[in-house]
Design a protein around this ligand. Structure first.
Ligand code: GLP
Length: 246
């Protein structure tokens, strides 16, 4: 596996290390393209990045960002979308122009068309410089749930399993209504030249061990990263606790 694993003591140290990786990337290339994951793992990273940037601002007007996925088919007033996270933690505090943040919309009357448009907008950016990935406790990457073929591309998915339960827990989606996602596929992620995988907390320990040290299998989507030529993994002590080859 062509990855380097960095284990840090605390979640806050992971946030700082990953935020600095992202800053380094933007300083090296003022028109960098960065892929972002939403969720509890990256919230702290994005807040840390915005804090550092505000204390020592540099030009980000040409940096382009894209989200790895978005929740769709949710009501207008649903406020737990990925773009809402990015808005709160990055777009607002760093003054990122909306045209520099590529995300599919959460509401549409043609989600298939939105998925295709999102894919072509990301493709038009060229090779991303860096994408930061979180991992679900079932090993999902983006919204590529267990069982997703490794050659999957950007598409509309219907959510299920742990991810669906988590999103429904807020009670903001009508119990009978379907819940979907538009996500980059495993193939899209694997085609990116540089990836960072981040996990924090004891609840991620088992899946991190399975993803990084277990068999490469579509049953654990993140295990595909063992085949990627350049993945850097950042873990806090707890998330690393089940690894045997530390
Ligand atoms: C969500 C997102 C992923 C994220 C993952 C982990 O479903 N679609 O992009 O990385 O689940 O979420 P969290 O960081 O909240 O544990």
């Amino acid at each position: 596996m062509a990855s380097r694993i960095t284990v840090l003591e605390s979640p806050a140290q992971v946030d700082r290390a990953v935020a600095w990786e992202m800053i380094h990337c933007m300083l090296e290339n003022p028109s960098a393209v960065l892929g972002l994951a939403a969720g509890s793992t990256t919230d702290g990273i994005h807040q840390t990045l915005a804090d550092i940037w505000r204390s020592a601002p540099f030009d980000i007007s040409d940096v382009r960002f894209f989200g790895l996925d978005e929740i769709v088919m949710v009501p207008e007033d649903y406020d737990e979308t990925c773009i809402a996270d990015f808005q709160r933690d990055l777009i607002e505090p760093m003054g990122i122009r909306l045209e520099n943040m590529i995300m599919p919309p959460s509401q549409s009357d043609d989600y298939q068309a939105e998925a295709a448009r999102y894919a072509s907008r990301i493709k038009a950016l060229g090779q991303p410089d860096l994408a930061v990935l979180g991992i679900g406790i079932d090993g999902h990457l983006g919204m590529n749930l267990p069982g997703t073929p490794f050659d999957s591309g950007t598409r509309l998915v219907m959510l299920g399993g742990e991810l669906e339960q988590r999103l429904r827990k807020s009670g903001k989606v009508n119990p009978g209504a379907p819940i979907g996602g538009i996500t980059l596929g495993i193939r899209d992620l694997m085609n990116m030249p540089r990836l960072l995988l981040v996990a924090k907390g004891a609840k991620k320990a088992e899946i991190i061990a399975r993803a990084l040290e277990g068999p490469v299998t579509e049953a654990v989507p993140a295990s595909v990263l063992q085949l990627h030529p350049s993945v850097r993994v950042y873990l806090d002590r707890e998330a690393s606790s089940r690894l045997t080859k530390k």
